[in-house]
Ligand binder design. Sequence first.
Ligand code: ZN
Length: 202
Amino acid sequence: MTKRSIKGRLEVISGSMFSGKSEELIRRIRRAELANLKITVFKHRFDDRVSIDFISTHNGDKLKAIAIDNPEDIKQFINEETQIIAIDEAQFFSPEIVRTILDLVEEGKKVIAAGLDLDFRGVPFGPIPPLLAIADRITKLYAVCMTCGNDAHYSQRLIDGRAAKFDDPIVLIGAQDVYQARCRDCFIIDKVGWKPMITSIA
Ligand code: ZN
């Protein structure tokens, strides 16, 4: 006898920059739309106003999303009819998003979250590690290493053409700041200050 599931589920799509996370998220959203499921799409925004924005991919595909800053805002845009909640750039949200997602899954919603699993220093990124741990399904995507062509799962930050240092600020005024996908062998970072971040959501 098969039991109908009452709770929802969590799918996490993770990987480096240029690994196709947003493409995969959009693919799953379009499949859900074809199946006439009620879906609401969110992405992170960097100030506290809510707005309508787009999830865009490196190959030019784009899809409308609600841009929010506070994970709690998700609840005001969904209702009991909502079946799927998709979240892009999940790494930028505060740790509270783990609690919010867990609540949604407990209420029977399917949540699909996409995000970078490592930052430019190679350190696990924000709320992604606990989301990976509680997910029902994980998809880790790989980019192509821009140095050697192997599978890449690191996002190499280059400042004025040189590998960024561990404690470089996130924003450097006046510097040419670019990112490349790199494999473990080609990824360069000084390990000063590296420690795995353990996040508590209690
Ligand atoms: Zn490489």
